[in-house]
Design a protein around this ligand. Structure first.
Ligand code: SF4
Length: 321
């Protein structure tokens, strides 16, 4: 399903501008992340955003930090005492309106920043001046509130290969989901979308797989798309494991079990087991299974599984999980 479509139209991702190498940090530096500007840039149109520069703080600038209550911290420049909270919130609302019009498919944020950080950003106690790592940057907070289904991740976590694979998979699914909503938001189209995504869901969360199946069975209901989108993106956030992948691989192998030779069956099962024991990466059992699925007669919906081609193979993400 939509393999070539997702591979040939560029995804549109928002990004903290310093991660692309733009010299917008408080000290005139950057935090270039090569993965973004090399491998990923072949498939992505980047929308760089630097909240602090765009709201007018300039480069270089005084450092800022979060202070007070982690739930609603203030954005303070401690040296001068300037409070940037209202300025950042007002600017963010306006910028998020522009980003809404751009129909983003994902967002990558710089970690630890009082503006862009997504997780565990330092919040300083106003009396003791002791920081606690339990905050979220003010722009990141506004971004997640505005786009609750959008795949959003921090650059630091993308160095963890399973987390990177999970994020990229979610971005491509979100892209497909948005395409469906834009081009043909009918009950029939939802059923077709769900049919194609089933094995991917099963590799993440059997619970969400089952709940979404029940939801799609009522696909004539008008309000279903919103509910479906939320459950879909929540389900894909649940991390896959070798055990869950082997479950899906066995399920798919079931369609050709009567056509495989004993030797082929044995080889497939051995490769699945080696993957389960993490002796082989996921790309090996998938490639071998696809070889057999292509040589044998299986229902069309099996070939159309996003699971078999979730993103361009040149990204090589399944070589490392
Ligand atoms: S972390 Fe965000 S605010 Fe800071 S320099 Fe990078 S893009 Fe700008």
């Amino acid at each position: 399903m939509a393999e070539t479509q997702a591979a040939t139209s560029k995804l549109r991702l928002g990004v903290s501008a310093c991660l692309l190498g733009e010299e917008v940090r408080y000290n005139g530096g950057h935090k270039h992340m090569p993965f973004l500007t090399t491998v990923l840039s072949n498939y992505v149109e980047w929308i760089p955003v630097c909240p602090e520069v765009e709201m007018g703080m300039g480069v270089p600038r005084e450092t800022i930090r979060l202070e007070g209550d982690a739930e609603s911290p203030r954005l303070i420049a401690p040296k001068s005492g300037t409070d940037h909270t209202a300025g950042m919130q007002t600017w963010a609302e306006k910028r998020l309106n522009e980003l809404t019009d751009l129909n983003l498919h994902g967002y990558i944020l710089k970690k630890d920043s009082p503006s862009c950080g997504l997780f565990r950003v330092r919040v300083f106690d106003t009396k003791t001046q002791i920081p606690t790592r339990n905050g979220r940057g003010l722009f990141a907070k506004a971004l997640t509130a505005r786009f609750p289904l959008l795949p959003i991740e921090e650059e630091g976590r993308l160095n963890d290969l399973p987390l990177r694979e999970n994020f990229i998979e979610r971005v491509f699914v979100y892209y497909r989901w948005q395409q469906m909503l834009t081009n043909d938001p009918t009950p029939g189209s939802l059923v077709k979308f769900h049919t194609g995504i089933k094995m991917s869901l099963l590799s993440h969360s059997p619970k969400h797989y089952s709940e979404l199946g029940q939801l799609v069975a009522q696909s004539s209901r008008k309000d279903i798309a919103l509910q479906y989108g939320k459950l879909l993106m929540d389900g894909l956030k649940v991390m896959s494991t070798p055990g869950k992948h082997v479950n899906v691989l066995m399920h798919l192998m079931g369609f050709i079990k009567n056509e495989l030779t004993t030797a082929d069956k044995k080889e497939l099962l051995n490769v699945f087991e080696s993957y389960r024991q993490r002796l082989l990466p996921l790309i090996v059992p998938i490639t071998l299974l696809k070889h057999h699925l292509n040589r044998n007669r299986v229902p069309d919906w099996v070939h159309e599984q996003v699971y078999l081609n979730p993103y361009p193979m040149e990204l090589m993400l399944r070589n490392h999980v």
